[in-house]
Design a protein around this ligand. Structure first.
Ligand SMILES: Cc1ncc(C[n+]2csc(CCOP(=O)(O)OP(=O)(O)O)c2C)c(N)n1
Ligand SMILES: [Mg+2]
Length: 552
């Protein structure tokens, strides 16, 4: 058996039905051919970064079950893939990247396209290794999937020199059994003292991050919150793990967030953080409160904040323990109906305050109106929405009510402009029956806009909404007719210039997507000044969450 066949046989055994890829005339090209021979679908975008982004989006939406797999080459192609990989690393995405490496007998001789894969990827992966002999394929793939399925989610890179692809390995060496996911509960003592602390707190807040999604712990989270009637705030990446129409939801906190998030965040004397990094900068700063931190390992414990209590373990198992312990220390939890009313009141205040903008008839169109109309036109339950960094994210997030796990896809440890098109395609592949939507600015669309064609060619129909304000966040003036671009690439394109046309246009676009054709709505929006953005559009500036830096 050839090295390349051993790799694709293992992918097949691990339940991989398709890979994203880009040929390089070397390792990647061989792997692509071997995938086809093994019956694994190959999806080919127009650049390696999108190769990574698609597999990344898929991995997030499946919570790594199964993991997405991206095939890229070495040398120059690795450079193009790098920003996608570093972003997946910054967001803890457990995806596999198979790449190229210099031919074995020329290592270190600066051959054409030479590069050092280990040092290139060392800082942006949980594990990177070279398959230096074909007979080592099962051993190293076994290790790769062990890292991918267990512990802290994170990308893994395995690179192979081209010659390993066609090197033979004896059939008797090829032994492979798919890798399990092993999880552990918390130390019972840590659970007991943490529950005692939360029961002693006056105004506790639950703060759930994306780790809770990866652990698929949404039912337990809800049961725990309801048992003590504690408000639940999520991180931006954790948004959707708790239904935002639930009476205990106070939305999310991140670079922006709704008023109710800010209100309960300010009030909290104790925060029960679960699967959240508490990284400074992007999320709400939790200093000054008693912190209980539940995480899959020690990495984020005592990192940017002091963890007064820590429970190391799988979020789902720990929450189950916490629920049982709360029941043991109380008689059937606690009620706090006044708090539920308080959440409802602040939520209503927030919406009242912003309603004039959400329903604005301004021309050029106010983008908040677009998000509001969108949310009230699509079937939110069967939608996955994501966005680009910048105004799209900061304006959409506080108002989009996520009600199903992964119905909203938060990302952006590295906030790389141009990532969401690939992420959206990956989300669609994970849930083909959902409407997958990407909201982007005109600047962001410039990064990977041509990959709209990939969604058409590869039959991954998605909806793209370009907020065209003819500028990069109010800066350098841009030009372009993006609806025309969509049509030229074979999709459905429509330019929307009047507020009353938003909903009919969304319906027409949805019809195209349902018929299998990607659609792009280009909404002509108001060119804005940055200062005005800050004051008028970024609610957290007004509501007192951590101020967002301008360009992130
Ligand atoms: C690769 C990359 N470069 C730069 C940035 C910083 N950045 C974030 S948003 C933004 C402006 C994007 O402009 P556009 O997509 O038109 O959105 P607008 O704010 O105009 O709606 C920039 C430059 C980034 N996040 N990623
Ligand atoms: Mg713009």
């Amino acid at each position: 058996m050839k090295g390349q066949t051993a790799i694709t046989n293992i992918l097949k055994a691990e339940g991989v039905e398709w890979v994203t890829c880009y040929p390089d005339g070397g390792t990647a090209s061989n792997l692509i051919a071997a995938c086809a021979d093994t019956g694994i679908r190959t999806i080919q975008p127009r650049c390696e970064r999108v190769v990574v982004n698609i597999a990344d989006g898929f991995t997030r939406v499946t919570n790594g079950r199964p993991n997405g797999v991206a095939i890229v080459g070495g040398g120059q192609t690795a450079g193009v893939a790098f920003s996608g990989i570093s972003q997946a690393f910054s967001d803890n995405v457990p995806m596999l990247i198979l790449g190229g490496a210099p031919i074995r007998d020329r290592v270190g001789q600066r051959q054409i396209q030479d590069y050092d894969p280990i040092h290139t990827y060392l800082k942006v992966t949980k594990w990177v290794e070279t398959i230096n002999y074909a007979y080592r394929v099962p051993e190293l793939m076994r290790r790769a999937f062990t890292y991918l399925r267990n512990g802290r989610p994170s990308p893994v890179v395995l690179v192979s020199p081209h010659d390993v692809m066609y090197e033979e390995l004896p059939d008797e060496v090829f032994r492979y059994t798919p890798i399990s996911r092993w999880t552990t509960p918390g130390n019972p003592h840590d659970v007991t003292v943490a529950v005692r602390a939360i029961l002693n707190a006056k105004t506790p807040l639950i703060y759930a991050g994306e780790g809770t999604l990866y652990a698929e712990a949404w039912d337990e989270l809800r049961e725990f919150a309801e048992l003590l009637q504690v408000p639940v705030m999520t991180t931006m990446k954790g948004k959707s793990v708790f239904p935002e129409n639930h009476p205990l939801s106070v939305g999310h906190g991140g670079r922006t967030g709704p008023k109710h998030a800010a209100h309960f965040y300010h009030k909290a004397d104790l925060v029960f953080c679960i699967g959240a990094s508490l990284q400074r900068g992007a999320g709400a700063d939790m200093s000054g409160r008693v912190i209980i931190q539940v995480d899959v390992d020690e990495y984020y414990i005592n990192k940017d904040h002091i963890s007064d209590y820590a429970i190391i373990g799988d979020a789902k198992l720990v929450l189950r323990q916490v629920i049982e312990e709360v029941k043991r220390q109380t008689t059937n939890g606690r009620r706090n109906d006044a708090m539920v009313t308080e959440i409802e009141n602040v939520k209503n205040e927030f919406l009242k305050e912003w309603m004039p903008l959400l329903t604005s008839n301004e021309v050029p169109i106010n983008s908040l109106r677009v998000y509001w109309d969108l949310m009230h036109t699509v079937d939110v339950k069967n939608t996955i929405i994501t966005h680009e960094p910048g105004s799209a994210r900061d304006q959409l997030c506080p108002f989009w009510e996520a009600i199903t796990p992964r119905g909203y896809l938060g990302w952006g440890g590295h906030s790389g402009l141009g990532s969401s098109l690939g992420l959206t395609m990956g989300a669609k592949l994970a849930r083909p029956k959902c409407l997958a939507i990407q909201v982007t600015g005109d600047g962001a669309f410039g990064y990977n806009g041509m990959d709209f064609e990939t969604s058409i060619r590869e039959k991954i129909p998605i909806l793209t909404i370009v907020i065209n304000n003819h500028s990069i966040s109010g800066g350098v003036p841009l030009s372009g007719k993006y609806a025309d671009v969509a049509e030229a690439l074979g999709g459905y394109g429509e330019r929307v210039e009047k507020p009353d046309d938003i909903i009919p246009a969304i319906k027409r676009a949805q019809k195209a997507v349902n018929a299998g054709r990607s659609a792009l709505l280009e909404v002509i929006s108001r060119p804005r000044q940055r200062t005005e953005d800050m004051r008028q559009y970024w609610p957290n500036m007004r509501l007192g969450l951590t101020p967002p830096p301008l360009y992130v």
